[in-house]
Ligand binder design. Structure first.
Ligand code: 9UX
Length: 72
């Protein structure tokens, strides 16, 4: 199955930041697709909720030094 969630990410200041976060999210088992937009400070993530929870997605962002807030 697939859920889609959006996360607000604080602290990204360059495209290297957003690429780091995007790669980290894509590396989490259960994530099918992750797109991070620097301009809007948002990530859109498609994931299998049987494999990964959105709390784990937030942890993956915060492990890289950014603040993550679930928005939908
Ligand atoms: Mo860009 Mo982000 O030089 O922590 S990688 S500011």
């Amino acid at each position: 199955s697939t859920y889609v969630c959006r996360i607000q990410i604080k602290g990204m200041t360059c495209t290297s930041c957003s690429t780091t976060v995007e790669s980290a999210l894509q590396a989490v088992p259960g994530v099918q697709k992750a797109q991070v937009a620097l301009a809007t400070e948002e990530a859109e993530i498609r994931y299998d909720p049987k494999v990964v929870s959105y709390n784990q997605l937030i942890e993956a962002v915060e492990e890289n030094g950014f603040e993550a807030i679930l928005i939908s």
